[in-house]
Write a new protein. Structure first.
Length: 266
């Protein structure tokens, strides 16, 4: 097994390949020993997000090194559904590979490094092109909390428009300046939308960031559906959202274990 330093349902057969032997965390980690269970959680996160159709061939998830906050782990440039432990690389917060011999990671890895720089409270980042969320990034309709498990969306969900700062681009966040601009718009929020592109969801753990990415997509579907019904929509307000977040903190292990089981890693 190689780790590069830089960065009631039956399991679906396409998610059944197991991670590498948990007794080894790889010989290319230069910033201190890493618990192999965290690496396996990163593998699971990629496959769970694919299963939930939050990511497809594009999208990525990372976590901050627990012993060295100036490093993070992410997969090499590969479709999330295909990620194994051998695909994980380690990066600095400038999103440079720690191991110069590691395979390249994603073009947009700068999203992760910039957010970790700006947000010491964040230990995991998900970037996706979550399909139902994008219309809210491209219109004047704000994404708002519809259900209790998406209470983290109560209040303002900011929208990053790369054109505002950098003019016409290919929409990708592919350098540290782009990443810093996105992190500035995200500010202290758990989610930011990206016009014509997707969104970022953050959390203090891999499990929470994945939870937020999944329920951001589900919330967007519900909000679009509610617009076809009679009467005004009653959204979850900020005070209710805070209470919902407390509930999520105490129960989020339950869906995480279910999702892991569904991708054959439980």
């Amino acid at each position: 097994m190689r780790l590069y330093a830089c960065a009631c349902c039956a399991p679906s057969p396409r998610f059944m390949s197991a991670p590498a032997d948990a007794s080894s965390s790889g010989r290319h980690v230069s910033s201190g020993k890493i618990d192999p269970r965290l690496l396996d959680d990163l593998v699971a996160a990629n496959r769970i997000l694919a299963m939930e159709n939050v990511v497809d061939g594009y999208g990525h998830v990372s976590f901050r090194h627990p012993e060295n906050p100036n490093r993070y782990f992410i997969a090499r440039s590969i479709a999330p559904e295909s990620v194994t432990r051998e695909d994980i690389v380690e990066c600095t917060l400038d999103s440079e590979m720690v191991d110069p011999n590691a395979p390249p990671s994603y073009l947009e890895r700068y999203i992760h490094g910039a957010i970790y720089k700006a947000r010491p409270d964040v230990n995991s980042v998900v970037h996706s092109h979550s399909p139902t969320v994008i219309p809210f990034a491209n219109t004047k309709t704000p994404l708002r909390a519809m259900l209790h498990v998406a209470g983290f969306l109560a209040g303002k969900v900011p929208v990053f428009d790369i054109k505002d700062r950098f003019g016409p681009t290919d929409m990708l966040v592919k350098n540290n300046d782009h990443g810093a601009a996105l992190a500035q718009v995200l500010s202290d929020r758990p989610v930011a939308l990206m016009r014509g592109h997707g969104n970022v969801c953050v959390g203090d753990s891999i499990k929470l960031a994945v939870f937020r990415a999944i329920y951001t997509e589900q919330n967007a579907r519900m909000q679009l559906a509610a617009r076809n019904l009679d009467g005004p929509i009653t959204f979850i307000d900020e005070a209710e959202g805070e209470e919902c977040n407390k509930m999520i903190a105490s129960t989020s292990e339950r869906p995480w274990q279910l999702w892991k089981k569904k991708v054959g890693l439980g």
